[in-house]
Design a protein around this ligand. Structure first.
Ligand SMILES: *Cc1c(COP(=O)(O)O)cnc(C)c1O
Length: 499
């Protein structure tokens, strides 16, 4: 921590109540450190201690020494920063770190922990080792063993343990990012100008960008209100004679209703491209997402469930499609004849270094998913009794995974989503609004929101809470407690307004 800030929190042990309040109100830490003449910490003041002093009749000019908390928790410098962090809790939001003479040298705060982003990757496995191997051996472009190993590992994960009939030819190709995966799928299916592709109105913009860059027309479809994925009924209604494909997005880790979607697609002769960017590992009636439609597209951006920094993959069970994608992603160049281009292609290849990270991540995917499931269950348990919060749902046919844990505020909530996110932000708890509907964005449309009531309502009221895979129970509880405190504070100020 910044020494200047630490100094601002330190006061002489005989400071007056007014001086203490000045420190607390400055809001740097919400704690005043009371030191003796040698600079050693003898006690602390928090808001609670000040309140007790005032109730005991102390005035602003009084020396309030006898009210200071001398039984405070502290960490020793020699034990290191992590030991100090481990002491933090809901009732111990600030822990001073003391040197051997008992002088404050640093401080850790729960709010400091929360400078962590809404989703931070865990790279603590073999990532460094494998990347170092790429660098040491010079295999840093898209050639090299890790690309193949990563692809095999993904295929094994998607199509194993025993590839059933029709899956023997299934495969996975690693690509530069999730958007490339979508573009590659659309190109391989030869979709372009004049073709309409159905896209859920609630998704990250890349889904529509990929369609637009192929020259095809995205047709937005509303989502269903509980699981937030494309609504099969609305999808059916949006089909025209020019509709060639649908891109169901398994949003925030919940799979789309693939059984219904596949039936409709079959009836209308539509290709199905699954956007699995946020849902690797999710299943529909026991089948992995990405293996159900014609092509599955994955993203391994840093905030996704597994990451390669930037990265993505396509899966398919169709060997012809796989072959076509292999060609297209590598300049359209004949693999057996250098500089001989069979079709106009792209360079969408993943580097060996990205794949090295991906392989290490895949070694731990089960652990990641289990930790995310635990985290979501803990949030849901901790927030479950608040009737103004709508928890993430799960369809009976779905095995969802947890990407960003996302809640909705009910209509009767005591505050708006924006008010809640601003308050959490002031506590250093980062949140994310749900994706705004595509149809109102400059790049994609600007039609009326009312055409898509569900996507609009979810986008207006939905909020993703911190869902980093390495969050401790204590950190999750801190978010839960903070949401409760925000609600209580609002209730109190409302009462005061009335009074
Ligand atoms: C992240 C994401 C993408 C794009 O992936 P990139 O790897 O960032 O290009 C596409 N669709 C959805 C739904 C996403 O969440």
């Amino acid at each position: 921590m910044d020494k200047q800030k630490l100094k601002q929190c330190c006061l002489d042990e005989s400071a007056s109540l007014s001086e203490i309040l000045t420190v607390l109100n400055a809001g740097v830490f919400g704690i005043a450190l009371m030191v003796d003449q040698r600079g050693s910490l003898v006690g602390v003041f928090t808001d609670g201690d000040v309140r007790r002093a005032v109730m005991d009749g102390c005035t602003l000019q009084d020396d309030v020494k006898e009210h200071m908390n001398r039984d405070f928790t502290f960490a020793r410098e020699a034990d290191g920063h992590l030991a100090a962090l481990a002491l933090l809790g809901e009732n111990k939001r600030h822990i001073p770190i003391l040197d051997e003479q008992g002088r404050p040298v640093d401080m850790v705060s729960l709010t400091e922990i929360w400078k962590l982003s809404v989703a931070a990757p865990d790279l603590a496995g073999n990532e460094i080792k494998y990347v170092a191997d790429c660098l040491a051996t010079g295999w840093i472009s898209s050639r090299g063993k890790y690309v193949h190993e990563f692809e095999s590992k993904l295929s094994e994960y998607f199509f194993s343990p025993e590839p059933s009939a029709g899956q023997a030819e299934a495969g996975t190709l690693a690509v530069a990012n999730g958007t490339c995966a979508l573009q590659l799928a659309i190109a391989a299916l030869q979709l372009g100008p004049g073709d309409e592709i159905l896209v859920p109105n609630l998704t990250f913009g890349a889904t529509a960008n990929a369609v637009l860059h192929a020259g095809a027309t995205p047709v937005y479809v509303d989502v269903e209100p509980d699981y937030w994925c494309i609504d099969p009924e609305a999808m059916k209604a949006a089909i025209s004679p020019r509709t060639k494909a649908v891109i169901p997005v398994h949003i925030y880790g919940h799979p789309a209703d693939m059984d219904a979607i596949m039936t409709i697609a079959k009836d209308h002769n539509l290709y199905v491209i699954e956007d699995c960017a946020e849902a690797i590992g999710a299943q529909v009636n026991g089948r992995q997402v990405g293996t159900i439609g014609d092509i599955g597209c994955f993203s391994f951006f840093a905030n996704k469930i597994i990451t390669t920094g930037e990265g993505g993959a396509v899966t398919s069970k169709d060997p012809d499609l796989l072959k076509r994608m292999q060609l297209l992603m590598s300049h359209g160049m004949d693999p057996t004849r250098r500089y001989w281009h069979l079709m106009p292609g792209f360079n969408f290849r993943m580097t060996n270094m990205q794949a090295a990270i991906g392989l290490a991540q895949m070694e731990r995917i089960d652990d990641f998913l289990a930790r995310r499931a635990h985290l979501a269950a803990r949030y849901s348990k901790g927030l479950g009794d608040l009737d103004w919060i709508i928890l993430p749902q799960k369809a009976p046919w779905a095995d969802r995974v947890e990407w960003l844990y996302s809640i909705r505020l009910a209509d009767h909530a005591p505050m708006t989503r924006d008010q809640l996110s601003a308050q959490l932000g002031s506590l250093n708890i980062e949140t994310r609004d749900i994706f705004p509907p595509l149809n109102i964005q400059p790049a994609f449309g600007r039609t009326k929101e009312e055409q898509f009531p569900n996507a609009s309502a979810i986008a207006r009221t939905g909020l993703s809470l911190p869902t980093s895979v390495d969050m401790s129970d204590q950190m999750i509880d801190h978010v839960i407690a903070s949401i409760r405190q925000i609600e209580e504070k609002r209730a109190v100020s409302k009462d005061m307004d009335k009074g």
